[in-house]
Design a binder for this molecule. Structure first.
Ligand SMILES: Cc1ncc(COP(=O)(O)O)c(C=O)c1O
Length: 390
């Protein structure tokens, strides 16, 4: 466990053991496939070097940034590295070849650059097919020609596509069918599955899988939580209540005055703002709160001194229930009643029930010193985190 601590009470904690664990879940789900661990965008903010180390059992690393790929090579990384969007200009081909990187080729311009660039070694390539995502990739009409041309100018070729709705209602069959039809008779390795397809569609696993979000402990599904999938959160953002203030009925809180106290109340302000990654324009009520208590403390001593953390996640899940992506394992979650109208009242209720036991709803005498609020996930969908305390 590595912890980075600032002077401010807000801090982020990375859990390498969780990263390792989540990769093992991906490997267990797709035992016949090799794994490209996706580490783009600084391993989704978790730190490239840390993630690369934690993902040691992965057969390869996949990312977007050439600079990051070269950094990995400089640090001694010897596994295959896949550039998921390929190269953006012909000058990149030289370092790609020199450092033994694998490139995606997804459009005719890239293909032409590769054809025209004289390289001493041929670069291994992933030929990307557009089967319905409609972002990158050759469509049916251009694919066969691209494949023939690529065979002449690239090293080992693998066919790939990317699923648009593996985590949703449409699933993967419609795209798998197109992929199969387009590649009929082509004897090359294949790579199709992202996290959701790894978890739900074993038939789509093929030679290489490309897990991203699941490696970081998040469920790709709105209807199935990370804990149920056996995933562990790899990043925890935590902060503390830094101010407690009393509001009169009608007082507003924060930017845009969007929250208005319907009655006199005491609120707490958590040190976490949009500069910390907290979406500024997320409307009230989009986040779900739960109060999480260390299990043993909760059982042995329900007093405030031991009930200091609450978890926050972005809010597509049901307000009261089993949220995907909340913490797993280390905490016991208090379930909130159905229909809590706003995040603030939810947090208020959660804190109150933690302080006094769920039956008691009288005012707190004062907010205890040293209390803190924990948030987990990088995307917390509330504008100003305020806890109503009484
Ligand atoms: C081509 C490609 N493959 C795999 C992934 C990982 O996807 P997921 O995070 O859904 O597992 C991504 C991420 O966006 C991607 O662009």
């Amino acid at each position: 466990m590595v912890e980075w601590r600032a002077m401010r009470p807000i801090r982020v904690r990375f859990d390498s053991a969780a990263l390792r664990h989540n990769l093992s879940v991906a490997k267990r789900r797709a035992p016949q496939s090799r794994v490209w661990a996706v580490v783009k965008a600084n391993a989704y903010g978790h730190g490239l070097a840390r993630a690369a180390r934690a993902f040691a059992p992965a057969e390869g690393l996949a990312l977007i940034e050439l600079e990051a790929a070269l950094e990995l090579r400089r640090s001694g990384e010897r596994r295959p590295i896949l550039l998921l969007q390929g190269f953006f200009s012909a000058e990149e081909l030289e370092p790609i070849a020199a450092h033994g990187l694998t490139t995606v080729v997804h459009d005719p311009e890239q293909l032409a650059m590769l054809e025209n660039f004289k390289l001493s070694t041929k670069i291994p390539a992933y030929l990307k097919l557009n089967t319905g995502m409609n972002r990158l990739g050759f469509s049916e009409d251009g694919f066969r020609d691209a494949l023939e041309r690529l065979k002449r100018c690239a090293g080992e070729i693998t066919l790939m596509t990317h699923f648009a709705d593996a985590d949703g209602k449409r699933g993967v069959q419609w795209q798998s069918k197109r992929f199969k039809a387009m590649t009929e008779g082509v004897k090359l390795s294949r790579s199709l599955a992202n996290s959701a397809a790894i978890l739900r569609y074993p038939e789509a696993h093929t030679d290489w899988v490309r897990p991203g979000i699941m490696l970081y402990g998040c469920s790709p599904f709105a209807d199935e939580g990370a804990a149920k999938l056996g995933l562990k959160p790899a990043m925890t953002l935590s902060s503390e209540l830094i101010v407690v203030r009393n509001l009169r009925k009608g007082d507003s809180v924060g930017y845009g005055c969007t929250f208005i106290a319907a009655e006199p109340m005491r609120i707490g302000i958590v040190a976490c703002g949009y500069a910390d990654g907290y979406p500024r324009h997320a409307p009230i009520g989009t986040a779900s709160f739960s109060l999480s208590l260390p299990k043993t403390d909760c059982q042995t001593n329900p007093s405030w001194r031991y009930t200091r953390t609450c978890a926050v996640r972005s809010g597509s899940g049901p307000p009261e229930g089993d949220w995907p992506n909340t913490w797993t394992g280390r905490f016991t979650r208090l379930q909130l009643p159905t229909g809590w109208p706003t995040i603030r009242s939810s947090l208020s209720a959660a804190i109150r029930s933690a302080l006094y036991g769920s039956a008691r709803t009288t005012d707190c005498p004062s907010f205890p010193a040293g209390s803190s609020a924990h948030t987990t996930r990088r995307t917390v969908s509330v504008r100003t985190m305020c806890a109503r305390l009484s």
